[in-house]
Design a protein around this ligand. Structure first.
Ligand SMILES: C[S@@+](CC[C@H](N)C(=O)[O-])C[C@H]1O[C@@H](n2cnc3c(N)ncnc32)[C@H](O)[C@@H]1O
Length: 194
């Protein structure tokens, strides 16, 4: 009898895995071909460790952060767990939001997922943001510089803002991401605005 239950269990697990990859793929193609925005690609563990280290080493008194384009929320939860920051994870794709909220349920970190267009959120937000974290590709990352009156520190992962001089560049020396056929080595670009 137990073998039947194991069979049911395995079928459910397989169905969940297939559903996950189906929605992930659909959202990926929707982002790339219709919405023309960076799709969800998770940041590596090494990048997350480096971001948390920057925050703890250089901005230990910072209180609030936003993650611009948070995907499944893994980075936001990691930063919330490993620093003193409360993190608002901003994301606009529904499946990412769904996965991120499930993640938030199982993690008691100070991270909250907000379903919104991150740039609209920043346009309307009238407080100060201690730290903004972005893993947004070469076109969208430079758009964040217009929020220099609201954001104190911007940590841009892998993609730099060419007409701004970062206060620090952290070269992870291993790993890279490929975007539109171009290789971007894993680096953090830290900009201080005020
Ligand atoms: C490369 S992924 C980064 C995911 C996550 N930050 C991480 O490090 O694992 C970029 C994410 O930004 C989201 N995104 C792109 N443009 C956005 C926008 N205007 N508003 C909100 N989210 C956006 C995408 O849907 C995608 O999930």
């Amino acid at each position: 009898m137990w073998i039947v239950w194991v069979g049911y269990f395995l079928m459910i697990v397989c169905a969940l895995i297939v559903t996950y990859f189906m929605f992930l793929g659909l959202e990926y193609f929707y982002c790339v071909f219709f919405k023309h925005q960076v799709p969800f690609v998770s940041s590596s563990h090494r990048l997350r460790v480096a971001v948390a280290k920057q925050i703890n080493d250089f901005y230990p008194d910072a209180k609030c952060a936003v993650e611009v384009g948070s995907g499944h929320g893994g980075l936001a939860r990691y930063v919330a767990r490993h620093t003193k920051l409360s993190v608002l994870a901003l994301e606009n794709m529904p499946f990412c939001i769904f996965m991120s909220r499930i993640g938030d349920l199982f993690c008691r970190a100070k991270s909250k997922t907000v379903w919104c267009d991150a740039f609209k959120f920043l346009d309307e937000y009238d407080g100060n943001i201690d730290i903004a974290i972005a893993y947004l590709g070469p076109k969208l990352t430079p758009m964040l510089k217009k929020y220099n009156k609201k954001i104190k520190v911007l940590i841009a992962m892998d993609f730099e803002i060419h007409d701004l001089v970062p206060v620090r560049v952290v070269d992870l020396k291993r790993g890279y991401v490929v975007y539109n056929g171009v290789k971007y080595p894993h680096k953090l670009f830290v900009y201080e605005f005020k």
